[in-house]
Design a protein. Structure first.
Lengths: 518, 337
């Protein structure tokens, strides 16, 4: 970071297409950007790398006017600018292809390309379809695409839609005489390998007349297509490297930095018996729409992490084990009994619990009380016959509030008012109240939690494992997966490609895993 | 891809979700259903398959078709409009009091009709403004506007029913051209105009796009709010015209002129393949839906289904038709509200 800052003090070199200096953005409780610096030169492809939460997306949003930074400056071609909206950014020649494809699915490709700046395509509110098709065709020709401009967008393949997006973004050339800066946010996440090659050809073509900022989780891609890579960590720029001669491992080391904490993952709590416990969950060649022939075994008391890049299919495997995602074939047994995965009821009845990644949307009912949320699934535990027995519920809920040390004023408090960590504990307690839990599926259980809360969730996981619960963990970071798991399954393009043993004292490094993941 | 891990030859790319083709059962289903239901009733009843009865069906569909035209634009955006009874009531009474009638000396003729339609557009505009500026969901704003419309109508009604003496407006319901009432031709014109707006105007295309992905429009620098207001205004104009048509049919202005047309029109639109979630369907879809509903009503009478049964049977058929339409889109764990 230091070298970058000193360079900048000489004033902006006019050759830089885009320059960011000391950008700061606070969100309540989080510093998303903490003095980020970035330089995009003319006609170069700059890679942007960083872990989840490193500040990449906030930075990109700031560059297209969707986020207003609290401090810091953005310079476009030697001119200081304030970007208030997407239109503002476009006027300065900055355009972005968004991660979630941002096309209107039920319009034609042509309409999407000219959307918001139809120009001659619309006269007095009336569409000139011919003109519009021609305008779109011009854009598509720029990138050498042969898509029919009048095709409905949702009838196109993902790769073609991406071409439409690029064609659309290139419309900003009409607004400015300067060469544009095109930002591609995770453009490869929905593409197949052959399509990715086409995209890369396209990116190299863009470089002829534009500057490109390329963001991807896959470091090999970043090294493949970019000229330089800028790395973010914790909302700060931690360095820039030319891609020539660099290895994914180098980048990854910069992205994660050093993690110096003593037993953050409560490894000391892990109990190890000499004789291996019996396998509790056995999955044999399970296939679904996004994963294939997955084999998995989890023993009682064991924590098994599944790691993989975006699109590896691990989330779907996790949901499938709960019956929330359809499985096409395969056999899943729990303690030797076949698990009914035709819906979520079978899993719940068999003592499987699932903590979803989207806590606020899928994990809890915000306006309901702590007690109601805790008793949501295991209704029988608070009822006699069909009736809720308030006293029974109060005793049970208070008992779990105490056991998990959930900090809440009262069991009747709205769960939405608790902190994230305490909310998550209530969500976990939901599976524990009936005392029949055998398998816990944790989908990013520490997402959005601060360090203290994370630590408490880790401790809970250890205690549950010690009591014999089998756990499948989709961790928020590789460190977390390594720290918590006894074994790690690596998933790659929908398949379980590697199993890495991960015992306390013999942990692999994140880099060992990254090698298997990409 | 040149990473070492990818160099393995046996890398299998998992099947990725393929985009569905644009034309689906949703588009083709309702017309097919219309033909089938028509054929079934024609086979069952000799009274049903007469030219006269087909004319009856088309005449009976006229008002609903005009209402459906308007409501389709609202539904395409993913909003809903329950203001139909109020808007129609207000415009029905307004036109009755503006053209030659037994209550006052007005005889504005066509101008009166235009004012009634504009009144409808104005009430629609209020719905739209409340939606975008107060950010109240359209379900509630339009329900409120409906009550306001009925209130305005009741005030104008003032306890004495205005019967119209205007020959032109009365003639619309009675005079025929090529076997169909003038009102039916007006409805046909409305469907045509509606389709042109939907296909060739920015308003229509944006209404469609708002239902498809509103946030994408904003990200593309389009200000969405004015288009929403415009769509509700346009819809209000259609309801206003429908109110005028009812007055023409009854030769009198009634506060209840639009009673039941709100849900009938929504039903027709949905049966025709316009989704309540927006972004699908259109004016032609809804027109087919209107015909389907009308043929059903007429056919059940003609084949002699007891009037006591008709309502229930009709309801069942509508639910069946709609569930068939959304069948291809069902997902596991889908939340339906």
């Amino acid at each position: 970071m230091t070298s970058v800052t000193t360079n900048l003090q000489d004033g902006p070199a006019p050759v830089n297409a885009l320059e960011v200096r000391g950008l700061v953005k606070h969100y309540p409780g989080v510093k998303a950007l903490d003095g980020v610096d970035l330089v995009v030169r003319q006609n170069e492809v700059l890679g942007l790398a960083g872990e989840n939460g490193a500040g990449k997306s906030t930075l990109l949003k700031a560059l297209v006017g969707l986020v207003r930074p609290d401090a810091g400056e953005i310079w476009v071609r030697g001119e200081k600018v304030k970007l208030r909206s997407v239109v503002d950014a476009a006027d300065h020649g900055i355009g972005m292809v968004f991660q979630e494809q941002s096309l209107v699915p039920n319009l034609t490709a042509a309409e999407n390309i000219v959307l918001g700046s139809e120009g001659a395509g619309v006269r007095r509110g009336i569409y000139r379809w011919d003109t519009m098709r021609k305008l779109a065709q011009e854009q598509l020709d720029k990138i050498g695409s042969h898509i029919d401009p009048l095709a409905r967008t949702d009838s196109l393949s993902f790769a073609d839609r991406q071409m439409v997006e690029i064609a659309k973004v290139l419309r900003i050339e009409e607004r400015t005489s300067n060469p544009p800066v095109i930002i591609l946010d995770e453009p490869t996440s929905v593409l197949e390998s052959a399509e990715i090659e086409t995209l890369f050809t396209q990116v190299r073509r863009l470089r002829e007349f534009a500057s490109v900022v390329f963001v991807s989780h896959r470091l090999d891609e970043v090294l493949d297509v970019c000229d330089r890579v800028s790395v973010l960590r914790g909302g700060q720029s931690v360095g820039e490297v030319p891609t020539a001669g660099a290895e994914p491992a180098d980048l990854h080391r910069m992205m994660i930095g050093s993690t110096g904490s003593d037993d953050h993952y409560h490894e000391g709590l892990a109990e190890h018996s000499d004789e291996p416990a019996r396998p509790r969950l056995v999955v044999k060649s399970m296939s679904g729409s996004t994963f294939r022939d997955v084999d998995l075994e989890v023993r009682a008391g064991e924590i098994v992490g599944i790691v993989g890049v975006h699109g590896s299919g691990r989330e779907d495997v996790c949901r499938a084990l709960f019956g929330a995602e359809p499985t096409l074939s395969g056999e899943v047994t729990l303690d030797g009994e076949k698990l009914d995965l035709s819906g979520t009821r079978g899993a719940v009845a068999s003592g499987v619990g699932y903590v979803p990644a989207e806590r606020k949307i899928e994990g809890m009912v915000g306006p309901m009380s702590v007690a109601d949320n805790m008793m949501l699934t295991k209704q029988k535990a608070r009822c006699t016959g069909p009736m809720v027995v308030p006293k029974k519920q109060a005793t049970l809920v208070d008992q779990w509030i105490e056991r998990l040390s959930i900090r809440t004023p009262h069991r009747g408090t709205q769960i939405g008012r608790l902190s994230g960590g305490n909310q998550q504990k209530v969500v976990l307690a939901r599976w524990l109240v009936a005392g029949d839990i055998r398998l816990l599926l944790l989908d990013h259980p520490t997402r959005g939690l601060d360090i203290g809360a994370r630590s408490e969730v880790y401790r809970l996981m250890r205690e549950l494992a010690n009591s014999g619960v089998a756990t499948v963990l989709l961790a928020d970071s590789l460190e977390e997966a390594i720290g918590m798991s006894d074994r790690i399954i690596v998933m790659n393009d929908g398949r379980a490609t590697k199993e890495v043993s991960c015992p306390s004292g013999g942990k692999p490094t994140p880099l060992d895993l990254v090698k298997e993941m990409v | 891809m040149t990473s070492p891990a990818k160099a393995d030859t046996d890398v299998v790319v998992p099947p990725r979700p393929r985009p569905r083709r644009g034309v689906s059962l949703l588009d083709a289903g309702p017309p097919i259903a219309l033909v089938v239901i028509f054929a079934v009733f024609a086979a069952l009843s000799s009274d049903f398959r007469t030219v006269g009865n087909v004319q009856n069906i088309l005449d009976a569909a006229a008002v609903l078709a005009v209402v459906a035209c308007g409501i389709t634009f609202v539904l395409m955006m993913g909003s809903i409009d329950l203001s139909v009874p109020g808007v129609m009531g207000a415009s029905a009474i307004a036109v009755a009091l503006l053209v030659a009638n037994n209550r006052n000396d007005n005889a504005w003729g066509l101008l009166g009709i235009l004012v009634a339609v504009l009144l409808g557009a104005g009430l629609g505009c209020v719905s739209g403004m409340a939606l975008v500026s107060l950010r109240v969901p359209s379900f509630m704003t339009t329900l409120g506007v409906s009550a306001v419309g009925l209130g305005v109508a009741t005030l104008m009604f003032a306890g004495v029913q205005p019967n119209i003496t205007d020959e032109m407006l009365r003639g619309w319901a009675v005079n025929r051209f090529l076997g169909l009432a003038y009102l039916t031709w007006i409805a046909v014109a409305c469907v045509l105009v509606g389709w042109l707006i939907q296909r060739y105007s920015r308003l229509g295309r944006y209404a469609y796009a708002i239902g498809g992905a509103e946030e994408v429009l904003s990200l593309s620098g389009v200000k969405v709010a004015p288009y929403k207001v415009a769509v509700f205004t346009l819809a209000g104009a259609f309801y206003g015209l429908a109110g005028v048509m009812v007055t023409s049919q009854l030769s009198a202005g009634l506060v209840q002129a639009g009673k039941g047309y709100d849900f009938a029109a929504i039903t027709a639109a949905v049966v025709g393949g316009t989704l309540l979630t927006g972004g699908r369907g259109g004016v032609l879809h809804s027109a087919v839906g209107v015909l389907l509903v009308t043929v059903l009503t007429n056919g059940l009478v003609q084949v002699g289904v007891s009037p006591y049964w008709q309502g229930g049977v009709q309801g069942l058929i509508v639910v069946a038709a709609v569930s068939a339409a959304v069948l291809p889109q069902r997902r596991r764990n889908q939340v339906t509200k």
